[in-house]
Design a protein around this ligand. Structure first.
Ligand code: HAM
Length: 425
């Protein structure tokens, strides 16, 4: 096939009208559940200072080292297309003095994010996330509430077979003892690790645990587990999160290898996944607690927790569930006309229908009644309003029942009411 002159950049995609409907329904479900749980929406810029992510997400993470899109502004600022939403939301929390509001501050966001990843099924360079952050609450109940919200979100969308994996990676206090034990384990095995992990062993050994390289996976199978190194506070916190989950009857799997790919996490981490068409596990969302991030980014020490969900992956599943029915938004009423006057009258009448909240289909640019009636039949309209030349002069409309072929003439004044009556039947 001949290559087109212009195409979407690699890993980026258009969201066409058929997909928009499904996308909208997922966004509506996200808005609804976030608002129910008392989250307020926030929009942050798509560009942020790159340093926000170096500090927030971590300079040695894959996201910052390999995946971030950066650009230099004309003024010389080093900016980045946001690869995730937690660091920007925390930046906004500090910048707008939200610490002075009643705590916790619960914020959610829906928008595009950017990561320079190898494009593959369900993995894009521009993708949408629905994210939630509870800032200013240390109780394990907020970790569970986020998981519960996610559980409800998937269930509202009809998505079943979600696996929830959960782990605790401790805090700074227990992490240092764990790092010592992990480094001791990794050091004699560095020659079996990929070059990235050889570096990570020295700089940030936790990152070795989420390396996807098969060689590294083999080594870390035997690695010490964070769960065995938790201090009393982290242990109790995790225990409470699991108890709350049990009380909410939400099933989960403990995964002692789950560390997540961002450096800001402390204590609880979790991931929601399903299987793709090839049976490979696909993460639909993930999150956890990040009690140090506000401080790292320049605020006061403030506990927080959150999660984010990849909308393209979710839309893909919902599309499969809804099938063909989402393809067409059916207009139950169609407007057909003859002559210039007929077109003009239709424009005015359609406004009456919009105000009455009745969606209508039309082909006002066409003159042939045959073509218009064929379209009405194709979209499955129940009723067609026909404004012929005579009707437009007398302010009359013909209502045609598309199933029986029966036609009746009514005045413009009564048209909306008559259509409503017939649609009710
Ligand atoms: P994350 O796990 O990096 O976490 O991303 C969350 C979700 O975004 C993933 O589970 C996946 O569904 C989706 N996602 C990530 N990268 C891509 C991609 N390249 N293409 C398509 N979907 C993708 C975060 O971003 C954290 N900020 C979550 C969080 C919020 N933690 C605390 N608060």
């Amino acid at each position: 096939m001949k290559k087109l002159k212009f195409q979407t950049p690699t890993g980026m995609h258009d969201i066409l009208s058929f997909e928009q409907r499904c996308f909208r329904s997922v966004i509506n479900a996200a808005d609804k559940i976030a608002e129910f749980y008392g989250f307020n929406r926030i929009e942050t810029p798509i560009l942020e200072e790159k340093e926000l992510f170096d500090k927030g997400v971590g300079a040695s993470t894959d996201i910052v080292q390999k995946e971030i899109f950066t650009l230099k502004s004309k003024g010389g600022d080093c900016l980045a297309l946001r690869p995730e939403g937690t660091a920007p939301v925390v930046r906004a929390y500090i910048e707008h003095g939200m610490a002075n509001r009643p705590q916790p501050v619960k914020l959610y966001y829906i928008g595009p994010f950017f990561r320079y990843e190898r494009p593959q099924a369900g993995r894009y360079r521009q993708f949408w996330q629905f994210g939630l952050e509870i800032i200013g609450e240390k109780s394990p109940v907020s970790d569970t509430q986020i998981i519960q919200l996610a559980h409800g979100f998937f269930s509202d969308l009809g998505i079943k077979n979600i696996t929830i994996e959960i782990n605790s990676i401790g805090d700074r206090e227990c992490r240092s003892a764990y790092y010592r034990s992990l480094t001791k384990f990794l050091r004699p095995k560095t020659k079996f690790l990929c070059t990235d992990c050889q570096k990570r062993t020295k700089e940030n050994p936790l990152r070795v645990l989420d390396c996807k390289n098969e060689k590294c996976q083999e080594v870390i199978k035997e690695a010490p587990q964070t769960l065995n190194h938790l201090c009393t506070d982290c242990h109790l916190h995790f225990k409470r999160v699991l108890e709350y989950l049990d009380e909410s009857e939400i099933s989960y799997q403990l995964n002692p290898r789950l560390v997540r790919g961002l450096d800001y996490y402390t204590k609880t981490v979790f991931e929601f996944s399903t299987f793709d068409s090839e049976g490979k596990s696909l993460a639909l969302g993930g999150g956890g607690r990040y009690d140090k991030l506000v401080e790292v980014l320049g605020g006061k020490e403030t506990p927080a927790a959150g999660a984010a969900f990849g909308l393209e992956r979710i839309v893909q599943i919902v599309k499969g569930l809804q099938g063909e029915q989402t393809k067409k938004l059916r207009n139950r009423v169609f407007f057909a006309q003859l002559g210039e006057k007929g077109k003009g009258k239709c424009l005015g009448l359609m406004e009456d229908f919009r105000k009455a909240n009745i969606t209508v289909g039309e082909l006002l640019g066409k003159s042939s009644l045959k073509v218009q009636m064929a379209r009405a039949a194709k979209i499955g309209a129940e009723l067609t309003v026909i404004i012929g030349q005579r009707e437009s002069l007398e302010n009359l409309a013909i209502i045609r029942d598309m199933e029986t072929g029966r036609q009746e003439t009514v005045s413009f004044k009564n048209l909306v009411g008559e259509i409503k009556k017939r649609l009710k039947k």
